[in-house]
Ligand binder design. Structure first.
Ligand code: SF4
Ligand code: SF4
Length: 204
């Protein structure tokens, strides 16, 4: 599943993590190229592209919508089921607004027809451990590792936020950055945690 920019994938990669240059665990089955979905509904996606939002333009330059969820199910049944199941428990996904897409450039053998020129969203997929990839995707193990790393990072951030909360009455500034109060710092740390809440960060 592609996140698109209002949950920008850059924001969803932990600091210090590489978002590009992924190890090549891909089996080249082509299923992810035939089963993309986004959190933004298709109509919203087109509006984002019209406003010049780069990730939406990039996405729509390669992906075409299936006519219906049933049409997508005929091609990639297991991935459609998986995403619909995810949608049942997600506050961010509305099945009635959901569209599945297939890429114009995937070959009948499941290979990328524009590999050297494929856009950034393809080079970086799966962007993080919670991207919904088809069952038995070669990145399953890598995604598991990413989820565990991300949880450790969030726990460290929570510890920092807690310590800052204990030592930051109003107006106290950072010793090395006098323009920044400790309260500001705490808010910055909490902002880093926020995008992960939809994956369960409150309970990590
Ligand atoms: S589903 Fe996974 S293994 Fe298949 S093409 Fe996509 S990334 Fe590669
Ligand atoms: S451009 Fe290539 S890698 Fe990207 S979705 Fe299309 S076929 Fe897959």
């Amino acid at each position: 599943m592609y996140d698109l920019n209002y949950y920008g994938t850059e924001a969803l990669v932990a600091e210090g993590e590489e978002s590009a240059g992924l190890p090549d665990f891909c089996h080249k089955c082509g299923r992810c190229c035939r089963s993309a979905t986004t959190y933004a509904p298709y109509k919203e996606l087109k509006e984002m592209a019209e406003r010049g939002e780069k990730e939406a333009i990039e996405f729509l330059s390669i992906f075409q919508p299936y006519e219906s969820i049933e049409a997508a199910r005929m091609v990639v049944p297991e991935q459609v089921e998986q995403v619909l199941k995810e949608a049942e428990t997600s506050d961010d996904l509305d099945v009635s607004e959901m569209t599945f897409y297939h890429c114009r450039y995937v070959t009948p053998e499941g290979l990328c027809g524009i590999y050297e020129k494929r856009p950034r969203c393809c080079q970086e997929a799966p962007a993080h451990g919670w991207s919904v990839m088809p069952p038995e995707c070669g990145f399953e193990g890598w995604q598991f590792q990413q989820r565990e790393k991300q949880k450790r990072w969030i726990r460290d951030l929570k510890t920092s936020a807690y310590i800052l909360a204990q030592m930051s009455p109003d107006g106290v500034t950072h010793p090395l950055r006098p323009e920044t109060t400790l309260q500001d710092l705490r808010e910055m740390v909490e902002a880093k945690i926020k995008p992960w809440k939809r994956f369960g960060a409150d309970y990590w």
